[in-house]
Ligand binder design. Structure first.
Ligand code: ZN
Length: 161
């Protein structure tokens, strides 16, 4: 059985990182590197990477960290068809993503370099939208109000001032 506590701990850091980024206390690239590190840090226990980035997974672009308005496109690269992904096994590394969602603007800007004869950006987007098993291509527009099902808590610390 996997450990959910380390995911919650890392997700707490992701939430703090986003807060600092939104306040312009840290820049985009370091914020993304901290968040990506939180996702991989769950491997110090038997954790789940998606729990570590739960705070942003359904509302933020993993490339530009934009908060995508509710109902607008937020494409998960994990929803790309296997026959495409098989040719690009390190796509999240190559795109340098903090999470696996891409806003439509970033998708249009960064995916063309991974397209070849069979695929173009529009057919990739359509393949995600047509995937009936996936409802994850629309942003929820706001951060998760709880930490993987647990309360965020009300503790106050000096760094929250
Ligand atoms: Zn973006």
């Amino acid at each position: 059985m996997s450990c959910h506590d380390i995911g919650r701990g890392m997700n707490y850091v992701v939430r703090r990182t986003i807060t600092l980024y939104d306040r312009h206390e840290i820049a985009l690239e370091p914020a993304k590197k901290i968040i990506a590190s939180c996702e991989s840090a769950v491997n110090w226990c038997d954790g789940n990477g998606y729990e570590a980035i739960d705070y942003i997974l359904k509302c933020r672009c993993g490339k530009c960290l934009k908060l995508v308005p509710k109902g607008e496109k937020l494409y998960s690269i994990y929803d790309l068809l296997y026959k495409f992904r098989d040719n690009h096994p390190n796509l999240d590394e190559e795109l340098e993503l903090a999470s696996h969602g891409l806003c439509e603007e970033c998708f249009d800007r960064f995916m063309p370099e991974f397209c070849d004869g069979e695929w173009d950006v529009e057919s990739l987007k359509k393949s995600i939208e047509d995937d009936k098993c996936s409802n994850s291509f629309l942003s929820e527009g706001e951060h998760q109000s709880n930490n993987n099902g647990c309360s965020w808590g009300k503790d106050k610390y000096w760094y929250e001032l």
